[in-house]
Design a protein around this ligand. Structure first.
Ligand SMILES: *Cc1c(COP(=O)(O)O)cnc(C)c1O
Length: 468
């Protein structure tokens, strides 16, 4: 593909007088648009022939990278497995053409989908009831915290407004607590990446009857299993608080253990991560919230109807196609793939916490720091080899975080290919650091200024003709 030939903007391809489409002759007589509603001058639209338009947009669309183009080892907010059959299910006209205001007796099938999904999620998590209303993970967090708030209020415990959040948590955790009108208390992590129990005991002693809840992500944002959940759960419950489980990335837990059995009271699941649904560009999502028995009466009305139905359909299709036995393989395979990559690369990449991980793990840049090659450079160089970059500079616990999640569904050949390229880049960093520092070299656009677009967004195109 040659982008220069087809231009970056359709306006740049415009040739005065060129026409790609002509309207049929007006058969209805003239209708006078009132002068007050008419333009003072002609709209300046690009003038292009049909093939130029088609090629321009076709070539632009080919610049997208997605799970259907190649390996996508993005940690934390991963695009996990998105089986094509799920898309077929979500596209069935019998579902797709439903209207949310249809009489309920005409949507019994859709109701059954929602009910079966809730029942499946209860079984997978060990919780008692689910609401499908939240539209995303963060929305689920807010919903879950609203449940917790109402629960305490129902007991006259109105002073319980503080939420304990580990410093390794996803940024949405403290943000959701703040939106819910709660105060955040940060608990430290130990050097091995887990919740610091000593710090937690100190905080609980300090805040006692002000504690509304503790929010935990497990496996945490470093991909590590929080081994001290039994101790933490006892501590928080004894103080009168509730346990909240951020289940955005539940895939490593499937078939291994259940938040309900670990003593959690409220949780959310990101259906668009763990239970398929491609969600690039910020959507679509669904963040159902589950609670233990006795809390379902506190579910708030956070959205009309039943949330994002097409995402729910994909989730149910995913659960049913795998079935009760195969779904137990998801967690072990996600864990195996991540550990395999970690072990194959830890001699050349810095592994700050060298232990068994779950579905993802974090490197702290290259092991050899003398090359000056950063995590950013490595991520950019990966694009040259046709890979989506891993998550970089998150979590904030390390300077050069490189967070890799392969997911459960990738073949050994794909994973070995990625490992070989990561080793190749480490070699390049030693032999020719400039090559890596100036990457990418083979993408339509080279290295961009990270902040310029945010600081000085250019959202309109100024016509050359106007300026002249
Ligand atoms: C993605 C993610 C969230 C937020 O989910 P959204 O659907 O993006 O709002 C929360 N917690 C964790 C651990 C996540 O990975």
């Amino acid at each position: 593909m040659n982008n220069r030939l087809y231009g970056n903007l359709i306006f740049e391809l415009s040739q005065e007088g060129r026409c790609g489409y002509s309207l049929p002759k007006n058969r209805f007589g003239n209708y006078e648009v009132p002068a007050s509603m008419r333009r003072a001058e002609d709209a300046q639209l690009p003038e292009c022939d049909e093939m130029t338009v088609v090629r321009h947009y076709t070539n632009l669309s080919a610049n997208n990278f997605g799970v259907d183009n190649g390996f996508y080892p993005l940690g934390s907010c991963t695009m996990k497995y998105n089986p094509k059959i799920n898309e077929e299910m979500a596209a069935l006209p019998q579902f797709q053409n439903l209207h949310p205001l249809q009489p309920t007796e005409t949507v019994k099938g859709a109701e059954a989908v929602c009910a079966l999904l809730c029942r499946s999620l209860c079984e997978l998590t060990g919780l008692h009831a689910f609401t499908l209303k939240p539209f995303a993970g963060a929305h689920g967090e807010l919903t879950g915290l609203m449940v917790i708030k109402k629960y305490h209020e129902s007991r006259g415990d109105v002073q319980r407004t503080k939420v304990i959040v580990p410093d390794s948590a996803h940024g949405t955790n403290p943000a959701s607590a703040a939106v819910c009108g709660m105060e955040i208390i940060e608990v430290k992590s130990t050097a091995d990446g887990l919740v610091d129990l000593v710090d937690l005991e100190r905080l609980v002693e300090l805040e006692k009857e002000n504690i509304a809840a503790m929010m935990m992500t497990n496996p945490n944002t470093l991909g590590l299993f929080e081994k001290q959940i039994p101790e933490i759960e006892k501590l928080i419950h004894k103080a009168g608080g509730l346990m909240y489980y951020d289940g955005a990335n539940l895939n490593p837990m499937l078939g291994a253990c259940r938040p309900g059995d670990m003593g959690f009271d409220v949780m959310h699941i990101n259906l668009h991560k763990t239970f398929s649904t491609p969600h690039g560009g910020g959507g679509p999502g669904a963040g159902p919230v589950g609670v233990r028995e006795g809390l379902e009466q506190f579910f708030p009305e956070v959205s009309p109807y039943h949330g994002n139905f097409a995402v729910e359909l994909r989730a149910l299709a995913y659960i049913l196609t795998l079935g009760r036995e195969n779904i137990k393989m998801v967690g072990p395979l996600a864990t195996l793939n991540a550990n395999y990559i970690k072990e194959c690369l830890k001699d050349v990449y810095e592994l700050p916490i060298d232990t068994i991980c779950k579905h993802e793990f974090v490197f702290d840049g290259l092991k050899d720091k003398s090359t000056g090659v950063t995590t950013m450079d490595i991520a950019k160089r990966l694009l040259d080899y046709g890979y989506h970059a891993p998550t970089i500079y998150f979590p904030l616990l390390f300077h050069e975080s490189l967070m890799i999640e392969p997911t459960e569904n990738e073949s050994k050949e794909t994973i070995d290919g990625f490992i070989a390229v990561m080793r190749q880049i480490a070699e390049e960093a030693k032999a020719d650091p400039e090559l890596v520092k100036t990457a990418p070299h083979h993408t339509p656009i080279g290295r961009v200024d990270d902040v310029l677009a945010a600081k000085h967004p250019v959202v309109t195109y100024r016509q050359m003709r106007n300026e002249e």
